[in-house]
Unconditional design. Structure first.
Length: 153
């Protein structure tokens, strides 16, 4: 049996041809980028009470970029200091529960604008690697200016 060439079907096929527009795939935020963003947006710093994952739901959010959770904050800080060259200050602080128990935690923060600039540079590099836009220059400068300027001292 011979198949006839039907022009009306060809026209329909042309109208519904596959879209060749490239789809830009943006990868999810990495743990490093989420931690760097948290340090940049929290000039007072963070401690284990701020970042510890407390439930299964918290663990499900790890890697989504919605919020930074970790089970070992001092290891994340050590990685940033040693592998990424970021200056992070650590200060002891006392926490007292409503029941009267006390504990000591280390609050980690960026000490100055140089450290904040280093963090912005890292964030923008990680964003570029995953296909996301960089932090706009005006916003980046605003975030950096939250930290003390130690170069004038």
């Amino acid at each position: 049996m011979q198949i006839k060439n039907r022009p009306e079907k060809a026209a329909v096929q042309e109208r519904y041809s596959p879209d060749t527009t490239p789809v830009i795939q943006i990868k999810p935020v990495s743990k490093n980028e989420a931690f760097a963003t948290l340090l940049l947006k929290q000039p007072r710093g963070v401690n284990a009470l701020d970042t510890n994952a407390r439930s299964v739901d918290d663990f499900d959010q790890i890697g989504t970029g919605a919020k930074f959770y970790t089970t070992c904050l001092h290891s994340d800080v050590s990685k940033f200091r040693n592998q990424h060259g970021v200056d992070i200050a650590g200060e002891n602080e006392r926490y007292q529960s409503r029941h009267g128990y006390s504990a000591h935690f280390t609050r980690y923060r960026l000490p100055d604008r140089n450290a904040a600039l280093r963090i912005v540079t890292l964030i923008n590099r990680w964003r570029a690697e995953r296909g996301a836009a960089s932090i706009p220059a005006v916003e980046a400068q605003h975030l950096i200016n939250q930290f003390p300027d130690t170069t004038a001292a």
